[in-house]
Ligand binder design. Structure first.
Ligand code: AP5
Ligand code: NA
Length: 346
């Protein structure tokens, strides 16, 4: 990093979750009616999963929650603490202490709302070979309220930031908070970035997603998420990722002077950057099988790498290359974790 960045230049909101990750047999998933690549919210029938993982399997605790993952990765690359501020809700328990410590160690300035009578949220990461199935029990994360953003100190943090990033996942928790941040970004003409996060968001939360879409300057997503969005919009079933990207950027936008950009990842295939009706491809360096630990958090790390450059005013080209660098790195590490010093060269 060359020059010092303003502290708190980037604000993120999301679900702070502690990941409980373990390899499990297929029957474990089947017992809970889950598929190998799911990302779902826990229902009543899923609640025993967490205890069962801890008691019966080699469970690992890892800091999770999509936006926090991205901010931790951005901070790792920036090497200057407190560039990123995070808002979300935790409980008053050991899990919250773990998350607080992981955020601090990574350099993320987390300002948690605390729900005293609800446990901190967890996400079961069920690993079957190279697949992972996610089941999030939001718990305290679901208790986030807009009053937290209205606290004078937190409001000041939002007002002073220059960049805003919120996950689609947060739409299940508190759309008014998202709209508040989006409106602030728009009023100050500052970029507002969002993620499609998971197919179920487009399937079941399209209304709040479309309410915020006019404010979104950059939208991120992977293949499955883009297709789920297209299906929910009733777009032609044969629309490919490029076509979906073009339609995404063409959706109505409040600040029409800053046209929307879509960035769609597709695993080891090239990342697509869609602007107007132009699609650019950015190749991904394919990793050898023996280098891959797990792809968990690859999408989150991509966004983290992107943000680390974007907040420095770097070109989209550099931002995307850093996204690919960060994703490649965390694939070589368990969950969304990193090791050693970052080695990204523009
Ligand atoms: P998870 O879904 O595992 O992580 P992710 O970041 O979405 O990563 P994926 O592996 O799904 O990647 P992707 O499909 O998005 O991207 P793509 O494959 O295109 O989620 C983990 C976290 O989600 C957990 O920590 C959990 O806490 C959180 N979470 C779950 N539910 C939540 C909820 N309700 N609320 C909040 N948080 C929640 O790849 C992206 C990039 O990776 C590519 O562009 C490329 O650069 C690289 N890449 C991918 N595959 C390869 C490869 N084979 N070789 C080289 N590079 C690769
Ligand atoms: Na990983």
């Amino acid at each position: 990093m060359t020059s010092k960045l303003q502290e708190g230049i980037l604000v993120g909101c999301g679900n702070p979750l502690l990941d409980i990750s373990a390899p499990v047999p297929l029957q474990f998933l089947e017992g809970y009616g889950m598929n190998v690549d799911d990302a779902i919210l826990a229902e009543e029938r899923h609640m025993p999963i967490y205890r069962e993982l801890v008691d019966g399997y080699q469970a690992e605790y890892l800091a999770g929650g999509s936006v926090q993952n991205s901010l931790r990765i951005a901070q790792w690359i920036l090497r200057q603490p407190n560039v990123a501020v995070f808002f979300g809700c935790v409980g008053q328990d050991d899990y919250a202490d773990i998350l607080r410590e992981k955020a601090r160690a990574a350099g993320v300035d987390a300002h948690y709302q605390v729900s005293p009578d609800t446990p901190t949220g967890t996400c079961a990461v069920l690993i079957t070979g190279t697949h992972r199935s996610l089941c999030a029990n939001l718990a305290a994360a679901n208790k986030f309220t807009i009053d937290h953003l209205e606290q004078p100190a937190n409001k000041a943090l939002i007002d002073n930031a220059q960049y805003y990033y919120i996950s689609g996942f947060f739409l299940t928790v508190n759309p008014p908070s998202i709209m508040r941040v989006a409106a602030t970004a728009n009023a100050k003409q500052r970029p507002f970035l969002m993620n499609l996060s998971a197919p179920f968001i487009s399937q079941y939360f399209m209304e709040p997603l479309m309410a915020v879409m006019p404010y979104v300057d950059i939208i991120f997503g992977n293949e499955a998420e883009a297709h789920a969005f297209a299906t929910a919009q009733g777009w032609p079933a044969d629309a490919d990722l490029r076509e979906i990207g073009k339609r995404l950027v063409a959706l109505p936008k409040i600040n029409s002077e800053r046209p929307r950009i879509a960035i769609l990842t597709q695993g080891c295939d090239p990342v697509l950057l869609i602007q107007h009706d132009k699609v650019q491809e950015f190749p991904v360096t394919r990793l050898a099988v023996h280098e891959i630990v797990d792809t968990n958090g690859a999408g989150d790390a991509f966004v983290g790498g992107f943000l680390s450059q974007y907040v420095q005013g770097k070109s989209l080209d550099v931002c995307i290359r850093c996204g690919n660098y960060a994703a490649g790195h965390i694939i070589k590490n368990p969950g969304c974790t990193y090791s050693g010093e970052p080695e990204f060269n523009e």
